[in-house]
Ligand binder design. Structure first.
Ligand code: BGC
Length: 773
C-alpha cells in the first residue's frame, strides 16, 4: 500500500473525491482498486451499471432487513449485531466495501421524514444500536459509515437549514449517541450531513469534524460528505472532511488545486486527508467477492417479530388458529415493509400477510378495504369489509403509511394515517369488537379508534419477511418482542419540539432543549398515547429483589443494577429491564427521567434469572457549558427499574460523589425556551438572524429561484437534463421532486457531472436578481 507521500499532488487530490456516484478513485499504477460504497443502512442498495444517476432506481436484489426503527424496538443489541453481520456478508458478496449506515440521528419530532431510518428519540439507545451495527459490519471486513453527522433531524430544507442548538443540548442529546458509537464501535467512516450547525455547514465544520470527532473522541477514519453536501472544498478539507461524494466531476480537483495555488490549503492538509482515504482502502483490501448467495429471510422474520410492539391487547391475541379470521386492508397484499428514499432495497423476495396466513395453513376471508395505491376507499369497499368482519370471529385490519406519506426528502404534515385507513378501522371495529389492528409505518401515528379495538400491533417497517413475522406474532408462534424506542404522542401539540419544527427554510431553533421525546412527557408534559419503552407480551413477569452493586458511586466507576426477573405466565417470552436515572441534586436543570441502561432477557415458562444492567458513570454527568467538559453533580440520585418511561417501577437510591455541588447551570430558565430571552440565555449569545433568502445566491434553491422567469426557465432546463427522462417509482417520485425543489444551486453544481460551472450559476443568479426588480 503506498503512502500519501509516495503520490504526486494530483493523485493525492484525486483521492479526495469519488470517481462516480459510488466509488472512490482507483490508483491503477499502485494496483489499487476503488472502494465501493453503497446504501444502507439496512439492506444493500448496489446500483447496476445501467442505473440512473439519481441513485434511487434499479439495484441488485438484496435482503431487505427491518428498518432501524424496528431493530431498535427489539431493544436487543445481540440481534442488531447479528443482523449487521448478515448485512456485511451480503455486502461482501456484492463487492461492497463500505455500507452507508447506520443512521443514528435523534428523532426530534415524530413528523421527521426519515425517522424510520433512525433508531430512537433517545441518544443512549441510539448510540448502543449504532455501535452494535458498526461492530457487526466491521467484524466481517466491511466498513460502516455513521450518518448523518450532525444535528440532521429533519428533511425540510435539509441542504440549507441551519440548526441552532445550545451547547448542552448538542452534547447531551444530539452528539452523545455519535460519541458512544465512535468510541465503542470505531467506525471506519463518518458521513457529514447536509445541514449547517450553528452557522457552519456540517461538511465544513472544523469544530464538529476535527475538534470533537477526532481530537476529543479519537476517530481515526475517513469523513465523507453526504451526497452533494460539499460547497467550499478547501474549507471542508481544512475542517477535516476528507472525501467528497459523489464524484466524477472536475469541480473538486479544480477547487483544491486553486486553493493550493492561492495558499488557502497546504500540501500537508491534502496529504493528511489523502492518507486517511488510503488507510480506508487498506482496511477494505482483500475483501473477496463471495460466490454463495446468502439467504437471510429467516433472520429477517425473527428480527421483525422481535421488533414488533404489542401496544394494546385485551386477550384477543394470540389468535386461536381455529377461529374464523377476516383479513382486511390492501397492505395485506401490497405490503409496506421498508422506507422510501436512498435506503430503498430491491428485496430478494417479499412475504405478504395474506401469503403468510396461507403458508401457516390458516384460512382467512379477505377484503381490500381501500386501494393500497391511492389510500382511498369507496363505500362499497367499506361495506364489504364490515360485512366480512361481522361474520368472522376476529378481524385483522392492516393499515399504515404509504411512501407518499413518509419518505426521505420531506417531513410528514400530520401524525394521521390516511383518512381511508382510519375510516376502515372504525367501520370494522363497529362490525366486530374483536378487531386487531396491525400497523405498517416508520414513525408514530395517531389512532383515533384506539379504544374501539381489541388489540394493536405496531409492526413498523419489518423488512421483506415482515408478512411472515406479523402472522407469527398474531398466531403466537413468535412473541411480539418489541418496546417502543420512541413516544407515541396523543397529539402533535403535545410534542415539545412542535412549535419549532421544522422551522424556517434557513433556520431551525432547538428551543425545547433537552426535553426531546419522553424527556418532556415525564417532566410534567402531557401523558402520551403510548410512552417510550412501552410494549406488551404474551406472558407475565415478576420483578423482585432489585439491588445496586454499591450504595454510592464516584466518577469513572460503573454501577450495576441487579434484579430477579421471573416468567410467571404460560408462555416463553422476553422482558426489557429499563433503568432510568433521576437526579435529585438540583445542580442542573434535567428531565425527570433519562434512560441510563437496559437489558433484554428471554425466559421459558417458570424461568427466573438475575439480570444485571450496567449504568455507566456518564449517565450521571451533564455537559457544563461554563467549563466545556462533562461534570457530575454530587448528591442523591435514584435509579428506577421500569417497564417503560411512564412506569413507576422499582426505585433504588444512591449517593453520587461528583465534582459539582452548587447550581452549575447558568440561568437556564424554563425547560422549553419559548421566549427569545430564554433561548438567548440558553445559547449564551443572541439568537442568530436567519440567513436571508433574498437576494438569490448560491444557497438559493430551485423552488426559490423559480419565483422569477429566469429561474423558472433554468429550473426547467436542469430538470429536463437530469430527471425528466428517468423512470421513477411511486416510492421514489415524491422524494426526488421535493429534493429537486429544495436543492441549492451550489449542490446542483456538485450533482451536475461538471456540466454546471460556477460561471453559469452566477450568471443565472444575476438574472434572477435582476428579475426581482
Ligand atoms: C442520503 C444519504 C445516502 C446518500 C447516498 C443522500 O441523499 O442523505 O443517507 O447515503 O444520499 O445515496
Amino acid at each position: 500500500m503506498p503512502r500519501a507521500t509516495d503520490l504526486t499532488s494530483d493523485k493525492q487530490i484525486g483521492l479526495l473525491s469519488g470517481v462516480d456516484f459510488w466509488h472512490t478513485r482507483p490508483l491503477p499504477v499502485h494496483d489499487l482498486p476503488p472502494a465501493t460504497l453503497s446504501d444502507g443502512p439496512l439492506g444493500i442498495r448496489l446500483q447496476r451499471e445501467s442505473a440512473d444517476h439519481l441513485g434511487v432506481g434499479n439495484s441488485h436484489p438484496a435482503t431487505c432487513f427491518p428498518s432501524a426503527v424496528t431493530l431498535a424496538s427489539s431493544w436487543d443489541l445481540d440481534l442488531a449485531r447479528e443482523v449487521a453481520v448478515a448485512l456485511g456478508a451480503e455486502a461482501s458478496q456484492l463487492g461492497v466495501d463500505v455500507v452507508l449506515g447506520p443512521g443514528l440521528n435523534i428523532k426530534r419530532n415524530p413528523l421527521g421524514g426519515r425517522n424510520f431510518e433512525y433508531f430512537s428519540e433517545d441518544p443512549f439507545i441510539s448510540g448502543r444500536f449504532a455501535a452494535a451495527v458498526v461492530d457487526g459490519l466491521q467484524s466481517v471486513g466491511v466498513g460502516a459509515c455513521l450518518k448523518h453527522y450532525a444535528v440532521n433531524n429533519q428533511e425540510y430544507y435539509r441542504f440549507v437549514v441551519d440548526a441552532v442548538v445550545d451547547e448542552r443540548t448538542l452534547r447531551e442529546i444530539y452528539l452523545s449517541g455519535f460519541e458512544y458509537a465512535v468510541k465503542r464501535g470505531k467506525p471506519w467512516t463518518v458521513m457529514a450531513s447536509y445541514n449547517s450547525v450553528d452557522g457552519e455547514l456540517a461538511s465544513q465544520n472544523h469544530r464538529l469534524l476535527t475538534q470533537i470527532l477526532r481530537d476529543e473522541w479519537g476517530f481515526d477514519g475517513v469523513v465523507m460528505s453526504d451526497w452533494g453536501a460539499v460547497y467550499e472544498r478547501d474549507v471542508g478539507i481544512t475542517a477535516g472532511m476528507d472525501l467528497e461524494m459523489p464524484g466524477g466531476h472536475s469541480l473538486s480537483d479544480n477547487d483544491i488545486q486553486d486553493a493550493l495555488a492561492s495558499g488557502q490549503l497546504t500540501d500537508r492538509q491534502v496529504e493528511t486527508s489523502a492518507q486517511r482515504v488510503l488507510d480506508l482502502l487498506a482496511r477494505v483490501q482483500g475483501n473477496e467477492v463471495g460466490s454463495v448467495e446468502p439467504d437471510h429471510d429467516e433472520l429477517c422474520r425473527r428480527a421483525a417479530a422481535a421488533g414488533a410492539v404489542l401496544l394494546r391487547n385485551d386477550d384477543t391475541l394470540p389468535l386461536d388458529r381455529r377461529a374464523s379470521i377476516a383479513l382486511i386492508g390492501g397492505l395485506a397484499e401490497v405490503p409496506r415493509f421498508q422506507g422510501a428514499g436512498s435506503s430503498l432495497v430491491n428485496p430478494t423476495r417479499v412475504t405478504t400477510v395474506r401469503d403468510a396466513f396461507a403458508d401457516a395453513g390458516v384460512e382467512v376471508t379477505y377484503a381490500e378495504g381501500y386501494d393500497p395505491a391511492t389510500s382511498t376507499s369507496s363505500a362499497a369497499q367499506l361495506d364489504e369489509a364490515a360485512r366480512i368482519a361481522a361474520s368472522a370471529d376476529v378481524a385483522v385490519v392492516m393499515v399504515g403509511l404509504p411512501p407518499a406519506y413518509e419518505s426521505e426528502g420531506f417531513d410528514r404534515d400530520t401524525l394521521s394515517l390516511p383518512a381511508a385507513h382510519d375510516e376502515l378501522v372504525s367501520a370494522v371495529a363497529q362490525a366486530n369488537p374483536r378487531t386487531v389492528v396491525v400497523l405498517s409505518n416508520g414513525a408514530p401515528v395517531t389512532m383515533p379508534w384506539r379504544d374501539e379495538v381489541a388489540a394493536i400491533v405496531e409492526g413498523y417497517l419489518g423488512g421483506q419477511a415482515s408478512g411472515a413475522a406479523v402472522v407469527d406474532v398474531l398466531l403466537g408462534d413468535a412473541e411480539p418482542g418489541g418496546r417502543l424506542a420512541e413516544t407515541f404522542p396523543e397529539r402533535l401539540e403535545d410534542v415539545a419540539s412542535t412549535p419549532w419544527f421544522p422551522g424556517r427554510p434557513r433556520q431551525v431553533e432547538y428551543r425545547e432543549g433537552l426535553f426531546v421525546g419522553y424527556r418532556h412527557h415525564v417532566s410534567g408534559g402531557p401523558a402520551p398515547a403510548f410512552p417510550f419503552g412501552h410494549g406488551l407480551g404474551y406472558t407475565t413477569f415478576d420483578w423482585s429483589d432489585p439491588q445496586l452493586s454499591s450504595p454510592s458511586i464516584r466518577r469513572g466507576q460503573v454501577l450495576t443494577v441487579s434484579i430477579t426477573v421471573t416468567n410467571t405466565g404460560t408462555r416463553a417470552g422476553s422482558e426489557v429491564v429499563q433503568i432510568y436515572r433521576r437526579d435529585l441534586t438540583g445542580v442542573v436543570l434535567r428531565p425527570e427521567r433519562e434512560l441510563a441502561g437496559f437489558a433484554k432477557v428471554h425466559l421459558e415458562v417458570g424461568g427466573s434469572r438475575r439480570v444485571d444492567v450496567e449504568v455507566p458513570a456518564r449517565s450521571f454527568e451533564f455537559w457544563d457549558v461554563r467549563t466545556d467538559e462533562w461534570r457530575c453533580p454530587t448528591g442523591r440520585f435514584e435509579l428506577v427499574a421500569a417497564r417503560s418511561s411512564a412506569d413507576p417501577g422499582l426505585t433504588l437510591s444512591l449517593q453520587v460523589d461528583g465534582d459539582a455541588t452548587d447550581s452549575a447551570d447558568p440561568p437556564s430558565g424554563p425547560a422549553l425556551a419559548a421566549s427569545d430571552v430564554d433561548f438567548a440565555a440558553r445559547l449564551g449569545r443572541s439568537i442568530p438572524a436567519p440567513r436571508p433568502t433574498r437576494p438569490f445566491d448560491r444557497d438559493s434553491t430551485f423552488a426559490e429561484i423559480a419565483t422569477t422567469p429566469a429561474g423558472r426557465a433554468f429550473r426547467a432546463i436542469c430538470w429536463r437534463a437530469t430527471i425528466a427522462g428517468t423512470e421513477l417509482s411511486d416510492a421514489d417520485r415524491p422524494m426526488v421532486e421535493r429534493n429537486f425543489a429544495e436543492l441549492p444551486l451550489r449542490a446542483a453544481a456538485r450533482f451536475g457531472d461538471g456540466k454546471l460551472s460556477w460561471r453559469t450559476i452566477d450568471l443565472v443568479l444575476r438574472l434572477c436578481n435582476l428579475g426581482r426588480r
